[in-house]
Each structure stands twice: as C-alpha cells, then as structure tokens.
Design a protein around this ligand. Structure first.
Ligand code: GLA
Length: 377
C-alpha cells in the first residue's frame, strides 16, 4: 500500500510527498459510553489509512482517494465544501483546524487504507486523524495538542458528516500504542495505557459484512435518548447517574429511553470491572462482562441485528470466553476473546453456520494492537 501511494503521488504531482498514517481501532468494552461521559477501553490496530502529502503553495487542496480512484479539489473556506462524501472528512479537518485559529494552506494528497469499511473499526476516524496529524506537522509546527487533534476529528463528524459521535474513535486513532489498550475517562479526558497480552487467548473480530444503518440516523437518536434521561434526572451526562436515579424518574420518561439509560449505566461499571479483572489476569470475568454488554446492546440499547446476535450465539455454543458487538452497531462485527485451543473450531463453526444462514461467510480479522497516528518519513 505504501509503495502504491508513493508511486501515485509521484505520478500526479511529480514529487515525493511526506508520508503519514493513522489506525483503525478495536474496543474491548465500553460501548456508547463516550458521549455519556463514561469510560471506554479501545486500542489502535494494525489496519490504517496512509497518506502522502505536500503543501502546494496555493489555497487549493487536491486530494486523490486511491481506493476509490476519485479526486477532489476544493478551497479552504466554508463555502468550498466538496460534493464527494469522502472529501467531507478532509475538508472538515481543514475547517476545524482553521476555526480553532490554526493554519491550513493548499496541499496535494494521495491516500489509501486497509481498515475494513463498515466493520465498525472506524475507518473514518483513521482518515480524520491522519490528516489532522499531518496538517499539524506541516502547517502548525505541531503546536496543536494531541487530544485537540482527536477533537478536530470528532467535530468533523459532527459538523460535516452528520454523526454526533463521541471521542473514542478519534482518541484511539491518535493515541494508540503498540501492545496497549487505553482506558479513557471521557468526562475528564484522563487516560491510562494498559499493556494487553492475554497469554493463552486470542482476540478476533468476526465481521458480519452487513450494515443496517437506516436513513434516520439511529446513532444520533440513541444519543438524544441518553441526553433526555440525563436532563430529567438533572445531571450533565449519564456518567453521573445511578440505577436509583433512573428508577426515580421512570414514570417521567418513555419505556424506550428507560432501557437506553439502563444499558449505559450498567456499561459504565462493566468497563471498570474489566480493567480490574485484567490487572488480575482474570479473563473469565473479562469475557463474562463482554457477554453482558452484548445482551444490553441487543435488548436494551437495540443496536444489534440478527446477524450479530447469531455470531454471539455461536460464540456461546463454542465456549468462547467473551463475545459482543463492537462499535456503534447496526451491523459490523463482533469482538471475541477466545482460548487458543478453541480458536480453530470456533472460526470453522462460525464460518460454516453463518454462511448456511446468511449466504456468506463472516470476515475473520485477527487483532494486532498497534501504534496510532504517526509520520512515516
Ligand atoms: C461509534 C462512535 C463512537 C462510539 C461508538 C459506540 O464508533 O463513533 O464515538 O460512540 O460508536 O461505542
């Protein structure tokens, strides 16, 4: 991939360009907690977006998406928003840096990626982080702090892509560190690296290859539910609410909002339990909490689908230690913590049963925890 990008850049712009990359992510536990001020537990993976880029001395951006074989050229003012959807991510990052008082001038860019699209591994956050990191280096002497780079990606989603996401994906993509997961407190922004090397276990993703995201943005509606309940309880976010608080307002909120909040409040504690269990090498507890999260995401938060529930069922049947939906949901993948000796049988069974029921095999993605945003040359 790196060579193809370099060759394409040379061909188009007759120059070498400077290379950057940033990663997709996994999340061990802590789903839909980030925009509720709760905890998440992600890590960057060895699948990334790579970019060759160079200032061009104009006020125009020329970007080429190698995987799509499409180009976009646009100016840097708000009115210059490009028509291509993929270019919104780049335009948004430029605009968010400028809005914060940073500098962005015209540049040429060629990028490509191997983060599976639609799998819930945050290819869009990887794209945003790569550009944010590069533009900080090229035009701002790296004066923009790393956490702000993540916020720039998040604001890009909010203001240019229509997704009111939390900070987890961009945070993981920017801060990822080889061999480490990170527990982030999304209320304070404090985080801690956790070396993750579960001896005797493998972490594997099974991508259902389906995407059921509907036009009415169910993700944003989940967020609105949580905000309504928090407002009714009288706290800023559900991070500050307990099960008792929720019971007290039960009559004032809809059954649906009640279930959404019940999931979020439970998930908060599960992340802390998992961190504690990891410190003690207690993978059985880690796995048990993962199954509970799946249950909550499926029944209370209702972001699962038949394909993901089926993958979860197979994992249970095959004695997999932990399994759950990963990411926003509505399709994408499950994350599975599997004992080494059960791995082959689980994968074989999942492929066979899933294909029989849905007509295609899930994609198997082995997880390698890797570095986040970085300069390559
Ligand atoms: C998506 C969002 C994240 C987070 C997850 C669910 O990946 O981008 O901010 O809310 O869903 O945990």
């Amino acid at each position: 991939m790196e060579k193809e990008i370099r060759d394409e850049f040379k061909k188009r712009f007759n120059s070498d360009g400077i290379m950057y990359a940033s990663s997709g992510r996994i999340n061990l536990i802590g789903e839909h907690t980030d925009y509720n001020g709760g905890f998440v537990f992600p890590g960057a993976v060895d699948k990334c977006i790579m970019l060759a880029i160079e200032p061009n001395g104009t006020e125009i951006v020329n970007a080429y998406a190698l995987d799509l074989k499409e180009e976009a050229s646009f100016g840097l003012e708000e009115k210059d928003i490009p028509s291509q959807q993929w270019a919104h991510y780049i335009f948004g990052v430029c605009r968010e840096i400028i809005k914060r008082g940073g500098v962005v001038k015209g540049f040429n860019a060629v990028f490509a990626g191997n983060v599976p699209l639609g799998a819930g591994m945050s290819s869009s956050a990887a794209l945003e982080s790569t550009f944010a990191f590069a533009l900080n280096d090229l035009f701002n002497n790296n004066t923009i702090e790393k956490f702000e780079l993540a916020r720039i990606g998040q604001s890009t989603e909010h203001n240019y892509c229509g997704v009111k996401c939390g900070i987890m994906d961009q945070f993981a993509s920017v801060f990822g560190k080889k061999g480490n997961l990170m527990r982030l407190d999304c209320r304070s922004g404090e985080f801690e690296y956790f070396p993750f090397n579960p001896k005797g276990y493998k972490l594997v993703l099974l991508d259902s290859k389906v995407k059921h995201e509907l036009v009415d943005s169910p993700y944003n509606r989940r967020r609105e539910s949580c905000e309504r309940v928090a407002a009714t309880i009288g706290v800023e976010t559900l991070r500050d609410a307990s099960f008792e608080d929720l019971e007290k307002v039960k009559d004032k909120i809809s059954e649906e909002d009640y279930k959404r909040a019940r999931y979020v409040i439970g998930e908060k504690q599960r992340v802390l339990d998992v961190c504690e269990a990891l410190k003690n090498g207690d993978y059985e507890t880690v796995g048990a909490r993962m199954y509970e999260t799946h249950e909550g995401l499926s029944k209370d938060y209702e972001v699962s689908c038949v394909e993901l529930d089926y993958l979860n069922d197979i994992a249970r049947e095959m004695g997999v230690t932990g399994s759950r939906i990963m990411g926003g949901g509505f399709g994408g993948c499950t994350i599975n913590l599997v004992k080494d000796e059960k791995y082959d049988a689980f994968i074989a069974s999942a492929k066979e049963k899933f294909a029989k029921k849905f007509g295609h095999e899930p994609r198997v993605i082995d997880v390698v925890i890797s570095d986040g945003a970085r300069k390559l040359s």
